[in-house]
Design a protein around this ligand. Structure first.
Ligand code: PEP
Ligand code: MG
Length: 750
């Protein structure tokens, strides 16, 4: 038997002994005591100790063989403190022959550890979540071998799984089952509002109930069968993939690479040889990949590690038979928890969701826009939410402060409910303003409209007091469908929208697909930069069939009533003219066919590229109205991707350059008498809205829930004075007017 084989067989014996210890009907503490005893014996070390987290920053000695037993549940250290705290902070192994001489060493007198020279500590972690630290120590000054580290890693893995299963529950915080403690997590607000409900995991986690394998040969066979199934599955996905979808192909290629990776397979085989079950071996490598993921800065590598994570989940599902569909029912008040989600998937859930929490995501994404359209509070970048939350956990989303309260305790619940009550009061104050105009104290009136995209949004038209729909995003219906909608379906939908608007103006924006709005039934383009690629009106003009079908559906829906059409992403005069030509063609055809024509057609364009602001005067004369799509306009103005959290926040909307630019657009529209509105997300933010209005923006379109707060703000301000302040601030050389404006508003309205 080679040294490695001997070590593997020793590991296996230890794991089987640990499993048997777990099977005994003993308390959590007794189990931990047995584990440290067995591990020290098997490893031939004088000390083995287990430290577990008692709260987010403190570790507690929970069991020891070799150190002073009195220190158990007494010795505590903060993350980062001493060698144990450093293992937890850095999520890495510390292996030293001279612990007292090592950087960060802190002597814990009560443990009596001063006589032990060597120290090997490693994190007890599960899927990137550190649950504690496992340590062995010896008097002899020596570094532990690779084999010994491996053996201890396998023990740590079993410990992590057992902790997850609640095997060590007992007295005290550190011995509480994981996923039971209340916790507060922070994130970035993508949609304001508060919500409470129960966790609904978009991708439910697989639970490994048998971390130790009975027979390595059987486990190996199970692993081989599952890997083979996985490979066949990936090949099938690749064969069925759409050739133009670069992202999908890249992911599938990465899947194939990992599924065939000898290194990955070898590591899992070694884990099995040391006594882990096949599923525990997959999870061990998955955990290691998650830790690497947290440490890797390179976006491409992170994506690939994500792919490995996804593939590991697939393999786990094959091994455990636990599918995505766990049979669990959507709770009454579901708060969706996911890594990320596309706009189409979100629409599938629709309004049943009370809140959405993503561990990644971006504020400018269309999923965020859908969440806003549906008025569902959304937090993004909430790290650890996926590993912490379990299906059905009580959860509260504070989309004003960017906080998530998971399994909140009573005091948090009460404070939260007070907050909800206060918001209700504010909502009723806004309701009182519903029929009043948004007129500032200077007498200037701004017209407020709402953005919509679904028929279900229309009731908000009356409720919010909006004068009309300034932006109807027609692509949401396309995103919801599984195949290209037919003209008759579209026409029926638009008719319902117009009926529900009761004569108020609805600006129908023609299809804005491309960028991240990918229709599942349309061949996606392989583009290096889809936000600046073949999207919106560019697609409409190159493939005018769908554009004409949509225009025809709108005309039929109007059935003799006035119609407002808006073309998205127009970058130059020529594109607008070409789109208008298509509309004229449809109009003539409809007339020929004897259909009732709209009594009046307003034809507008979205100003979303800086170029259009500099278009020939002819354009401003020809277009009936312009609507500034600030979300896109800002990303192109500052060259800052609206979906990239890193750069998105670098540039303030109230940046002087952007203000000057908007003012120039206002000026050009005034010169030519062109109606102008602003319909990007910023229009719904009261301070931004006030600045736009002060610069002369006559109309703003926003999500319905923002109309009350914006109107409340505008009615209390003198916009002429605000304009003077903006001018002074700009002339003073400020990069952004935000600070001065915010202080001034505070001074004005308290
Ligand atoms: C915008 O770009 O501001 C806009 C309203 O369009 P969308 O967000 O749908 O791209
Ligand atoms: Mg846009």
């Amino acid at each position: 038997m080679t040294v490695a084989q001997a070590s593997e067989s020793e590991s296996r014996k230890l794991l089987v002994a640990l499993r048997d210890a777990m099977a005994e009907d003993s308390a959590g503490q007794a189990r931990l005591d047995k584990i440290v005893r067995l591990t020290a014996q098997s490893m031939g070390t004088e000390v083995c100790s287990i430290y577990l987290f008692r709260d987010a920053d403190t570790l507690e000695l929970c069991a020891t063989e070799g150190l002073n037993p009195e220190a158990v549940h007494q010795t505590r250290m903060r993350v980062g403190e001493g060698l144990v705290g450093r293992v937890a902070r850095r999520n890495r192994v510390i292996n030293t022959a001279d612990a007292p001489g090592s950087k960060g060493f802190r002597y814990m007198a009560e443990t009596g550890e001063e006589i032990y020279s060597s120290f090997l500590g490693l994190p007890i972690q599960r899927l990137g979540e550190t649950l504690g630290v496992l340590v062995v120590q010896s008097k002899e000054a020596r570094e532990y071998s690779e084999d010994e580290i491996y053996a201890l890693e396998v023990v740590a893995m079993v410990l992590a799984e057992m902790t997850e299963l609640g095997a060590f529950v007992g007295e005290g915080d550190a011995l509480a089952a994981p996923h039971q403690r209340p916790m507060t997590l922070t994130g970035t607000v993508a949609q304001e509002g508060v919500a409470q409900g129960q966790v609904w995991l978009h991708e439910p986690r697989v639970v490994v109930t048998t971390p130790v394998g009975d027979d390595p040969d059987i486990e190996l066979e199970r692993m081989n069968t599952a890997l083979e199934q996985l490979r066949v599955g990936v090949d099938k996905m690749l064969a069925g993939a759409r050739t133009g979808d670069k992202d999908q192909l890249e992911i599938l290629e990465a899947y194939r690479m990992f599924a065939n990776s000898k290194g990955w397979r070898r590591r899992m085989e070694e884990d099995i040889a040391r006594g882990l079950s096949a599923e525990a071996a997959v999870e061990k490598e998955q955990s290691a990949a998650r830790v690497r993921m947290e440490q890797v800065g390179d976006a491409y590598l992170r994506e690939r590690l994500h792919d490995l994570d996804d593939l590991s989940n697939k393999l786990l599902r094959l091994l455990t038979g636990q599918g995505s569909d766990t049979g669990a029912e959507l709770p009454d008040e579901p708060i969706l928890v996911a890594r990320n989600i596309g706009p189409g998937e979100l629409l599938d859930y629709g309004r049943s969701l009370k809140g959405i929490i993503l561990s990644e995501g971006s504020v400018g994404s269309h999923a965020a826009i859908v969440a806003r359209a549906l008025a569902i509070p959304l937090l993004i970048n909430v790290g650890k939410i996926e590993t912490e939350a379990l299906n059905g956990d009580p959860i509260m989303v504070d989309g004003d402060q960017g906080l998530v309260h998971l399994r909140p305790d009573d005091s948090v619940k009460t404070a939260f409910q007070d907050k909800i009550a206060m918001q209700r009061q504010a909502a009723s104050r806004y309701a009182d303003l519903r029929d009043l105009p948004a007129t500032g104290t200077c007498g200037t009136t701004v017209s407020l409209h709402m953005n919509a995209g679904l028929l279900a949004d229309l009731p908000s038209l009356d409720g919010s007091g909006a004068e009309g729909v300034g932006l109807f995003r027609t692509e949401l219906q396309f995103l919801q469908a599984s195949s290209m909608p037919k003209r008759a379906e579209l026409s029926a939908q638009y008719e319902r929208v117009m009926n529900a608007a009761h004569g108020k103006r609805v600006a129908f924006r023609t299809l804005d697909i491309g960028s991240d709005k990918v229709l599942p039934y349309m061949k996606p383009e392989d583009e290096p930069n889809p936000a600046m690629g073949w999207r919106a009106i560019r697609v409409g003009l190159d493939k005018p069939g769908v554009l004409r079908m949509q225009l025809q559906a709108m005309m039929r829906a109007s059935n003799g009533r006035p119609l407002t059409v808006m073309f998205p992403f127009v970058a130059q005069l020529h594109e607008f003219n070409a789109a208008k030509e298509q509309l004229d063609k449809v109009l003539m055809r409809e007339e020929r066919l004897g259909h009732a024509l709209p009594s009046k057609i307003e034809i507008g364009a979205m100003l979303e590229t800086p170029s259009l602001a500099f278009a020939p005067k002819q354009f401003f004369d020809d277009v009936d109205f312009l609507s500034i799509g600030g979300n896109d306009l800002k990303q192109f103005f500052f060259a800052a991707d609206r979906e990239n959290e890193r750069v998105r926040k670098r540039y303030d909307t109230l940046n002087t350059s952007f203000m000057n630019f908007l003012e120039m657009i206002v000026g050009r529209c005034q010169e030519s008498g062109t109606a102008l509105s602003f319909c990007g997300e910023d229009a719904g933010r009261p301070i931004e809205a006030a600045c736009f209005a002060a610069l002369g923006m006559p109309s703003l379109s926003m999500r319905p829930a923002s109309i009350g707060p914006v109107k409340h703000m505008l009615r209390r301000l003198n916009l002429v004075e605000l304009k003077d302040l903006i001018d002074d601030t700009r002339n003073g050389g400020a990069q952004s007017i935000r600070q001065d404006v915010t202080a001034w508003i505070k001074d004005q309205i308290g």
